[in-house]
Design a protein around this ligand. Structure first.
Ligand code: S5P
Length: 279
């Protein structure tokens, strides 16, 4: 079997054991996009407007639902309707980081009921593997998928070295729930695992990568940007996550500018993927 970076999204979708990873990879293939838009805005109307404008060019919408000031269940329903209309998945970027019992409640309950609408969510391994047991108890029966934050994009972050390796090892113990990583490179490659061949080696993990920008190198608050080519072609990551590069940081970007930037990142991400397959 060729290495993951040499396989098409379509072939990986067909073979993937986790249904939501199948859906995501198949969506990439179908729509010819590896772009996830990160919609970090504080108003319901702006979130829906950006998701609708970017919709044709993306495989996933990433939300921070707790920053939306006028959140209500209608927002979730409208977002789900847009996901159906445009054919994309929803990822609530909740970055769970507590003990198993607490994250189980945070994931299923409260105002947001994240597990009821978000195909994908993510977690830090800081509390140990109990966090995975807790999240899997809610998400797995619903067919959800989890990403572990094995690495981060921000300057000086602590998710490096042994911590990154521990994330990969933990993921291998939850093969029906952990579908991939937030990471800056292919952290799942053989040489990155401690002690050679680990159980589950060869599993297909989706690497989703933030810190992507074509016009800027940073934001003055620690964020570091790389180009889609550096991320997908040089580093072997699968999905580019773009926020402010698409909607400009405010909530006021005009729809045609969101469309223009979404197309631009979609084309750059897809070209980087085709170049990676060809090399
Ligand atoms: O390491 C990380 C992990 C994440 S999920 N670095 C990140 O920037 N993110 C998220 O990606 C972050 O919370 C934000 O929602 C998005 C990047 O947004 P941008 O506007 O800088 O593209």
């Amino acid at each position: 079997m060729p290495s993951i970076t040499k396989r098409t999204y379509g072939s990986r979708a067909a073979a993937h054991p986790i249904p939501v990873a199948q859906q995501l990879l198949a969506c990439c293939e179908r729509k010819q996009t590896n772009l996830c838009v990160s919609v970090d805005v504080t108003k319901k109307a702006a979130l829906l407007r950006i998701a609708d404008a970017a919709g044709p060019y993306i495989c996933c919408v990433k939300t921070h639902i707790d920053i939306v000031e006028d959140f209500d269940q209608d927002l979730v329903q409208q977002l789900q309707a847009l996901a159906d209309k445009h054919d994309f998945l929803i990822w609530e970027d909740r970055k769970f980081a507590d003990i198993g019992n607490t994250v189980r409640l945070q994931y299923s309950s409260g105002i947001y009921k994240i597990a009821s609408w978000s195909h994908i969510t993510n977690a830090h391994l800081v509390p140990g593997e109990g966090i995975l047991t807790g999240l899997a108890s809610v998400g797995q029966p619903l067919g959800r998928g989890l990403l572990l934050l094995a690495e981060m994009s921000a300057k000086g972050n602590l998710a490096t070295g042994d911590y990154t390796r521990k994330n990969v090892e933990a993921a291998r113990r939850f093969p029906d729930f952990v579908m991939g990583f937030v990471a800056m490179r292919r952290v799942d490659e053989r040489e990155e695992t401690a002690g050679g061949v680990a159980p589950g080696e060869g599993a297909d993990y989706v690497i989703m990568t933030p810190g992507v920008g074509l016009d800027s190198k940073g934001d003055g608050m620690g964020q570091q940007y790389r180009t889609p080519d550096e991320v997908v072609n040089e580093s072997g990551c699968d999905i580019i996550i773009v926020g402010r590069g698409i909607y400009g940081g405010g909530e006021g970007s005009a729809d045609d500018e969101i469309v223009r930037q979404s197309k631009r990142y979609q084309e750059a991400g897809w070209k980087a993927y085709l170049d990676r397959l060809e090399q």
